[in-house]
Design a protein around this ligand. Structure first.
Ligand SMILES: [Zn+2]
Length: 100
């Protein structure tokens, strides 16, 4: 269903002309900002995956230090952050693109 609002700033959009795909953003600036937000979140997810991979190796005794309890705690904490960032990402995608 077509939205009449910019996916980024919420400004009202002009109704689409003709049969083209309706605009999702009010302009290039908002499109870029939206892309930046998604890029930043996906970079965070990538970094968190790296951290989890490192912790996984430490879990199996292949990395440096920490008690098993400490590693486990960190793993749980990083996993929670990752889940949160992933939820943010999905929410943003819905916000930016669900409007189409
Ligand atoms: Zn906008």
């Amino acid at each position: 269903m077509a939205s009449e609002r910019c996916g980024y700033c919420g400004a009202a959009l002009d109704p689409p002309e003709g049969r083209g795909r309706p605009a999702t953003y009010c302009g290039t600036a908002c499109r870029r900002l939206a892309e930046n937000v998604l890029r930043r979140l996906s970079r965070q997810l990538h970094d968190l995956d790296d951290q989890l991979g490192m912790l996984e190796r430490r879990r199996r005794g292949l990395g440096y230090g920490g008690t098993p309890e400490g590693i486990e705690k960190e793993f749980v904490a990083v996993s929670a952050i990752r889940a949160d960032v992933e939820a943010q990402y999905e929410r943003r995608v819905r916000q930016f693109e669900g409007a189409q």
